[in-house]
Design a protein around this ligand. Structure first.
Ligand SMILES: Nc1ncnc2c1ncn2[C@@H]1O[C@H](COP(=O)(O)OP(=O)(O)OP(=O)(O)O)[C@@H](O)[C@H]1O
Ligand SMILES: [Mg+2]
Length: 230
């Protein structure tokens, strides 16, 4: 049965959508098929062309139910559900159906306060530092804030996703052909963390690929996004 990963959290702008797409792209680069699921009614679906994953539009409750059922029925696939800020009820619903829950947060006390609330509300969720500073001094200060303020949750804090300007390319409606390699590396890093948490070895992905279950190197997206939407 497919795994469902939800990227949620109360605070807006933490990087939920970017992380969801980075994760799917990274899974694709590692040979794992996935679908990125849009639930945010304030956003438009992105064109799946050129991506190493499918995209699905689940902006209504019915569509979400159908997409989740469809993904669950697909052996060796993963569904990554992108939540939306300020939607506690939706977050609760997504938490209830997920195999893994990620809570991105940025380097600010406000984000950290919010993620503490979310970590309390969702006891199996993991927090993931997002848009993390790359400057050595800023990074040190950011890591210290996490060590100080999130000490009781330290086993539930994942490796940071660094600030990377190219990450915005994944959120373009039409993705440009050929992404910069630092972006590919960052996407792979996110995907590896998630596969580790789900105890799926990367070798399994390649094994699946050999047996014809994983995504081709550059899927033609013959199955349009609509196929997974309501
Ligand atoms: N790793 C990153 N490096 C650089 N910029 C980033 C990164 N992650 C996110 N951003 C930027 O931060 C902004 C917010 O990101 P994003 O839209 O992914 O957040 P969100 O949590 O989905 O927001 P919302 O709550 O509105 O759904 C965007 O401009 C995005 O390009
Ligand atoms: Mg978003």
């Amino acid at each position: 049965m497919a795994d469902i990963i939800c990227v949620i959290g109360n605070k807006g702008g933490t990087g939920k959508t970017t992380l969801s797409h980075m994760l799917c792209q990274g899974l694709g680069l590692l040979g794992q098929r996935s679908v990125c699921v849009l639930t945010d009614t304030c956003r438009e679906p992105l064109d799946p062309a050129g991506r190493r994953y499918l995209v699905a539009d689940a902006r209504t409750r019915e569509a979400l139910g159908k997409v989740v059922d469809k993904v669950r029925s697909l052996k060796a696939w993963m569904g990554v559900i992108d939540g939306g800020g300020n939607r506690t009820e939706m977050d609760r619903q997504l938490y209830g159906l997920a195999d893994l829950v990620l809570l991105p947060f940025r380097d600010s006390h406000e984000d950290i306060r919010t993620v503490i609330r979310d970590l309390e509300m969702f006891p199996h969720a993991y927090a993931i530092p997002s848009q993390w500073p790359t400057n050595v001094w800023q990074r040190e200060a950011a890591d210290k804030s996490v060590a100080d303020l999130l000490a009781p949750y330290r086993d539930r804090i994942l490796e940071p996703v660094a600030t990377l300007s190219a990450s915005k390319l994944l959120l373009q409606k039409d993705m440009p052909a050929g992404l910069p390699s630092p972006l590919g590396n960052a996407c792979r890093g996110v995907a590896r963390q998630v596969l580790d948490l789900l105890q799926i070895s990367i070798a399994d992905g390649f094994a699946a690929k050999e047996s014809g279950h994983a995504a081709p190197a550059r899927p033609a997206m013959a199955q349009p996004a609509r196929a997974l939407a309501a």
